[in-house]
Write a protein that binds this ligand. Structure first.
Ligand SMILES: C[S@@+](CC[C@H](N)C(=O)[O-])C[C@H]1O[C@@H](n2cnc3c(N)ncnc32)[C@H](O)[C@@H]1O
Length: 265
């Protein structure tokens, strides 16, 4: 019993785990409400901390799981959310094999994400897209904007193109630093990704990732320059898309271009 008393203490925020605890309940509720509940019966929250968002997820007609790396937070949750206890996974999300818990069942991902690993969380989601029809959560505002931005925007880049090849991305709202303890240095942004009805690629996936990454490595250069090492035929390079810079090329055009490169003889 003495043990339990101790663990009801608030968790002291650890910087190296990206811990900024949300203190505004209405924002936690709005994040939980961003779930459409379409096409899955499970939701996995990454980094529940002391459960401010979890509390609202538990009110939904869906099964909530949480994955948390921090022992203190796990103990806090075990003591304060008794019904959740069997569905607390004490693991690093980046290393965790989702099939251990979910087999092949679809699930939504949600969270007020630790900002130090937020892009890695997105890349892992893209890899596991067959199992993840929906993804909602809070990022550093610039990262959320980048994921959702369209061609022509200054922040349009690798993360925008790769994510939007598979998901429709919507920026939902901005959150000020003042509602967190401790407050982060920057504003935050909440977004939602909904997997496209047909999210199969019309081209080779590895080549698509390579084209996009190589193009944006030198975002001020034309595609002709950036893709020089690919040894493409002159007839392909005559295509006007090669005169463009990557930030002017839409997701659909990147996919089309990859098909052309794939079929280039
Ligand atoms: C920004 S805090 C959010 C906490 C809580 N959801 C809230 O809104 O107050 C991020 C949380 O992610 C956890 N975390 C950090 N790295 C993690 C990882 N690799 N896997 C799982 N959880 C992680 C932290 O311990 C922390 O609880």
């Amino acid at each position: 019993m003495a043990h339990q008393k101790h663990n009801n203490h608030q968790v002291k925020a650890k910087k190296f785990l990206g811990q900024h605890f949300l203190e505004d309940e209405s924002i936690a509720e709005a994040i939980a409400d961003s779930l459409t509940l379409n096409g899955y019966k499970n939701v996995l929250e990454i980094g529940p901390g002391m459960g401010v968002l979890t509390k609202y997820l538990l009110k939904k007609p869906i099964t909530t799981y949480v994955i948390e790396i921090d022992r203190d937070s796990v103990e806090y949750l075990q003591n304060n959310y008794l019904n959740l206890a069997p569905r607390i996974i004490e693991q690093d999300f980046l290393k965790y094999d989702l099939s251990t818990t979910f087999s092949e069942e679809p699930l939504a991902i949600i969270g007020n994400f630790p900002y130090n690993i937020s892009t890695q969380i997105v890349f892992k989601t893209l890899e596991l897209r067959d199992q993840i029809p929906e993804f909602s959560g809070m990022f550093q505002k610039e990262v959320a904007q980048r994921i959702c931005s369209k061609e022509g925007s200054k922040v349009y880049g690798i993360l925008s193109v790769l994510t939007q090849a598979f998901y429709d991305a919507e920026y939902l709202f901005t959150v000020p630093p003042t509602v967190f303890n401790p407050p982060p240095r920057v504003e935050s942004g909440v977004l939602r990704l909904i997997r496209k009805a047909d999210y199969s690629l019309p081209c080779d996936e590895k080549l698509f990732f390579r084209v996009v990454k190589q193009a944006f490595q030198q975002r001020r250069k034309t595609m002709r320059n950036s893709l020089k090492t690919m040894e493409l035929s002159d007839s392909l390079k005559a295509n006007p898309i090669f005169d463009k810079r990557p930030e002017q090329i839409s997701v659909a055009q990147f996919l089309e271009l990859t098909s052309l490169i794939e079929n280039d003889k």
